[in-house]
Design a protein around this ligand. Structure first.
Ligand code: FES
Ligand code: MG
Length: 573
């Protein structure tokens, strides 16, 4: 034990013999707690991103109850603090606009209240990085509880995954291959329980990264939301966080450069979402760790995709759980991982993996029998993306990974939507679709528009993939040869802003190259004539976002939130 009662943070609120501390005790009793329920105990904040409209987190309100029970059993005092929910499906224009908002809220909720340790409850895409970034910055002991994936979807005897199949069925419907009746049936049968997307989308990627960093109990991220193991994991986390407060085991003691390497190795083996390429540098930045995109590419070139999960493979998160869960998958990677890393349960990663077993070699492939030899993330540079762009080779068409084609440019998303299905659109399968003004400032919020739809007339000809280029993100559940996160973004005058319809573009993923075949003099002329688009916001959160958001290769954090410079504790008076 390194913490004593006297030096718990919460004691500054509750222990003194003065009028202010009296008021804190009096008001806590006002809420129905007896003095002995909270005095002399670590106070644990349960940061819960439950809300009625957050479809993936519907069960987290009940689960907070399991956490509470664990905390009380271990001698702590639980306080549930709701935080911005960020359900991926309903929040517009994009949850990414609000990831930093959630991170700020988490940090300040923890700082401004008498909190000694935190349970972070989330799972839907941006909630995981948002919760972790806030907790890293505040650096009190914390355990992350992933919401768990929704059960596998089934339709007419076929296993279907969230997101991945939505797009596939929509394309079939637009191509005229799916009836109205089936489309209606799908609406009620695709998602069978609460929980996050069951494919290897952003949610599953980020919860696995949280576990690989050491921030969850072992195995937590692969427990299905509807499984009774989930509430048991929650109550165990409640017990454990109290112990962690006494041990003073903080995120900065757990998450270091070696932990990020473990996260990257796991991410690559999972065939995880490109969105992690934005969240990881942002998360690392909160601990003062620099994580350049090159580090992601380095591991992508060394670690094959061994998790056979959609969209790269054919199974779902529930299958990964039955195959032994994330610890089983990580045991396959033991030769690469830093096994001495500490984790929230007080044991090293290596010791947590000791009893891991693999029950299905098709779901968790061996390193020499990967589901694809293509890597999870390629970082592309060239005159079109001087500071980097990304592409997910494992979810792309191999034949398109080296491609030369002529650009068809859409100046923004609205124009693209209006024109994409026009029968007169001049486009063929070799065309490179280019979308501008969809980056962090341009979208705004860097929406998941990067998987541009295939033009209807090409769908009807049987085309299902094309090279697409944008400064947007793409849903981790989607498939396609999509160059994403082009930096600097077009809205601030990056080279993407200068592309014109008819320009030739060369993509060479093996060479990590993205080239606009227009000479420098012509580009300089276009740049001189370029006019910045109108600002999206005059006031409000959006105005602050636009002023302070960094580019995708820097993680899109706010400049003033980066780094680990100390912030003083609030004065109590
Ligand atoms: Fe919440 Fe996919 S919509 S995880
Ligand atoms: Mg998603």
């Amino acid at each position: 034990m390194t913490k004593t009662l006297e030096n718990l943070r919460s004691q500054r609120w509750f222990a003194a013999d003065n009028m202010r501390a009296f008021a804190h005790r009096q008001r806590t009793q006002q809420t129905g707690y007896r003095r002995e329920e909270f005095m002399g105990k670590p106070v644990i904040g349960i940061i819960n991103t439950w809300s009625d409209i957050s479809t993936c987190h519907k069960h987290l309100r009940e689960r907070a109850q399991n956490v509470r029970e664990g905390i009380i059993r271990a001698g702590g005092f639980p306080l549930e603090l709701p935080a911005m929910s960020l359900g991926e499906v309903m929040v517009k224009p994009t949850t990414m606009l609000y990831r930093n908002f959630l991170a700020m809220e988490v940090e300040e909720l923890l700082r401004s209240h008498p909190i000694d340790g935190a349970i972070l409850m989330g799972g839907c895409d941006k909630t995981t990085p948002g919760l972790l970034m806030g907790a890293f910055s505040m650096n009190v002991p914390a355990i992350y509880i992933p919401a768990g994936a929704t059960l596998s979807g089934w339709f007419k005897g076929q296993k279907i995954g969230t997101g991945t199949h939505t797009r596939k069925f929509w394309d079939e419907k637009r191509a005229g291959n799916l009836s109205e009746q089936d489309w209606l049936r799908l609406e009620s049968s695709m998602t069978r329980s609460h929980g996050t997307c069951n494919t290897m989308g952003t949610a599953s990627t980020m919860t696995a990264i949280a576990e690989a960093l050491g921030m969850t109990l072992p195995g937590a991220c692969t427990i299905p939301a509807a499984d009774s193991a989930h509430p048991r994991m929650c109550s165990l986390a409640g017990e454990r966080i109290v112990q962690m407060v006494w041990e003073d085991l903080k995120p900065s003691d757990i998450v270091n450069e070696a932990a990020f390497d473990n996260a990257l190795i796991t991410y690559m083996a999972m065939g995880g979402s490109t969105n992690a390429a934005v969240h990881l540098p942002a998360m690392a930045g909160r601990l003062g760790i620099s994580l350049p995109l090159e580090r992601l590419d380095y591991w992508s070139q060394r670690i094959p995709v061994i998790a056979n999960l959609m969209p790269s493979g054919s199974y779902l998160m529930e299958d990964l759980f039955y195959a032994g869960g994330l610890p089983a998958l990580m045991s396959r990677l033991a030769g690469y991982l830093n096994l001495e890393q500490p984790t929230v349960n007080g044991r090293t990663l290596g010791s947590n993996l000791e009893d891991a077993e693999i029950y299905n070699d098709d779901v968790i492939r061996s390193l020499d029998n990967p589901i694809t030899s293509q890597g999870t993330l390629a970082v592309l540079k060239g005159n079109l993306s001087p500071t980097g762009a990304v592409l997910k080779p494992s979810a792309a068409t191999p034949a398109l990974l080296k491609h030369r084609g002529q650009a068809l440019v859409f100046e923004n998303h609205a124009e693209m939507n209006a024109r994409i299905d026009d029968p007169a659109l001049e486009v063929d399968a070799s065309t490179v679709l280019v979308l501008k003004n969809a980056g962090p400032q341009g979208g705004p919020g860097m929406p998941e528009w990067g998987g541009l739809p295939i033009p209807k007339k090409l769908l009807q000809q049987g085309v299902r993939d094309m090279v697409r280029i944008s400064d947007a993100r793409m849903s981790g559940t989607h498939f396609g040869t999509c160059v994403l996160h082009v930096t600097p973004e077009s809205y601030i005058g990056g080279p993407l802003a200068l592309v014109q319809t008819g320009d030739w573009i060369e993509l060479d993923v093996d060479a990590r190259r993205l080239h606009l075949c227009v000479d420098d003099d012509e580009l300089a002329r276009r740049k001189a004539a370029w006019q910045p688009p109108q600002a999206h916001y005059e006031r409000g959160y959006g105005a602050m976002f636009s002023r302070h958001v960094t580019q995708a290769d820097q993680g899109c954090d706010f400049d003033f939130l980066q780094g680990n410079a100390p912030v003083s504790e609030p004065e109590i008076f």
